[in-house]
Design a protein around this ligand. Structure first.
Ligand SMILES: [Zn+2]
Ligand SMILES: [Zn+2]
Length: 445
């Protein structure tokens, strides 16, 4: 498997003298399996040069798989300039997180409307198939692909690709759910937050992890909620996961080449201090990494279609909180996205409403009159009704202490929404919780 970085920058392209070595183009990575299967991860401005190189290679017809993590500008700006899409006879499968009214084809067509671009999506010459994904595993040629939601203010998927005993994880535009604790000599390297543990297991044993490293730990407090990781925590996760190599990726547009050098140095020292053997490097535009496919390329074990996201259908969300400002913010955000919202002001009525109306998701305040969010969760998890035992329950809290976090998870809480939060974050997390439930109820995860 050959990996080539065509764009490593986050947020906005940043050409110029300060980014010459690590590159100024936004996210785009090319993977070539030994059998020729072509995968492109994200389609930022780096995709332009990749498209030119693919066209010059003379491979006709060209078949490829473009896997988008999400559709923020820096991950799709190269799409209308990606030459192989214009060539009749070429075939492209394009994947991105979708569902609950979010359709990839519509989003990409929007980017190519007359106001923005002279060629419409429908005018592209290649045969294009769109796949709206949820979490789950599926096969692309000889590869097994696992898609998992990341924490970002847009519905975002990370991809794990496995082939012949080798694995690569691409996890960009991801923010840790809770501050990473431990990791020093003799300390536990496992995070406290259930979602962070899930993230670590997503990276488990990977030969190469390509990870969001937009910030440093010092910068992070000012950038909390923006959906990106400090490079040091990305390193901790890769160490905890027993990964072999970590490519720092999605650099802040203000990060100079020397700044990346410093971060790489800090992360390498962190690995050494933890006693780990992880090899950390800063991904650079044009860099090629060769990975050994240990076994012969053979059909992926789960020869299954990509997990399809459900189309729009109205779902009910129950909000229980005595803080009217929070209720108003959540209600207006969710109703704009077409959800039906039920409101309770205390724990007892939350439980009664949940039993009466079977919501698809509950957002419960930790502290409220009658019964706390944790007590309501315990009651639901012990209910005779299976739907209530399994419904996603999210606690609204301003406490992010490890002890409290652990109490909630022990009671059966699915996740936390920590104040202060922004509408974009609520929208993406609500979608992820609902779509994950949908996928797991269909046995797709
Ligand atoms: Zn990005
Ligand atoms: Zn993004």
């Amino acid at each position: 498997m050959r990996v080539r970085f065509w764009g490593t920058r986050g947020s906005i392209a940043k050409p110029g003298p300060t980014t010459l070595r690590y590159g100024g183009n936004t996210s785009c990575v090319e993977l070539r399996a030994d059998d020729g299967t072509l995968i492109v991860l994200d389609c930022g401005t780096g995709a332009h040069d990749l498209g030119v190189a693919l066209a010059a290679s003379g491979e006709r017809p060209l078949r490829g798989h473009l896997m988008l993590t999400h559709t923020h500008w820096d991950h799709i700006q190269g799409f209308p300039f990606f030459v192989p899409l214009f060539v009749p006879g070429n075939e492209w499968d394009i994947y991105a997180p979708g569902g609950l009214g979010q359709r990839l084809e519509t989003t990409l067509a929007g980017q190519m409307e007359y106001t923005y671009f002279p060629v419409t999506l429908a005018q592209l010459g290649a045969t294009i198939r769109f796949h709206d994904l949820t979490e789950g595993s599926f096969a692309i040629g000889p590869l097994r692909v696992v898609a998992q939601y990341l924490n970002h203010p847009a519905l975002t998927l990370g991809y794990r690709l496995e082939l012949g005993g080798m694995s690569i994880v691409y996890a960009v535009d991801h923010e840790p759910h809770a501050p990473h604790l431990g990791g020093g000599p003799g300390e536990s390297t496992q995070p406290v937050h259930g979602e962070d543990r899930r993230h670590v297991s997503f990276l488990t044993g990977a030969d190469l992890v390509i990870h969001d490293a937009q910030y440093t730990i010092e910068e992070y407090p000012q950038k909390k909620g923006w959906g990106h990781s400090p490079a040091e925590w990305a390193t901790d996760y890769a160490v905890a996961a027993g990964a072999k190599r970590l490519a720092l990726f999605h650099y802040d547009p203000l990060r100079t080449d020397e700044g990346v050098d410093r971060i790489v140095d800090v992360c390498r020292k962190r690995v050494a201090a933890s006693g780990g053997a992880l090899d950390v490097f800063g991904a650079a535009e044009g860099q090629v990494v060769e990975l050994l496919e240990k076994g012969a390329a053979r059909p992926a074990p789960a020869r299954r279609a990509a997990p399809r996201a459900p189309s729009a259908e109205q779902q009910t969300v129950l909000i229980a909180d005595d803080d009217t400002t929070i209720v108003r913010l959540l209600t207006s955000t969710l109703e704009k996205d077409g959800f039906r919202v039920l409101i309770a002001r205390d724990g007892e009525s939350a439980l009664r409403l949940a039993r009466e109306s079977h919501p698809a998701l509950l957002l419960l305040d930790w502290e409220m009159p009658g019964a706390t969010g944790v007590e309501v969760t315990r009651a639901l998890r012990g209910d005779a009704d299976r739907a209530l035992r399994e419904v996603p329950v999210v606690l609204i809290t301003s406490q992010s202490g490890a002890e409290n976090t652990a109490i909630g998870f022990a009671a059966g809480v699915t996740d936390y929404l920590t104040k202060p939060f922004r509408p974009a974050h609520v929208r993406s997390r609500v979608r992820a919780w609902l779509l994950r439930r949908h996928a797991s109820s269909r046995g797709e995860t």
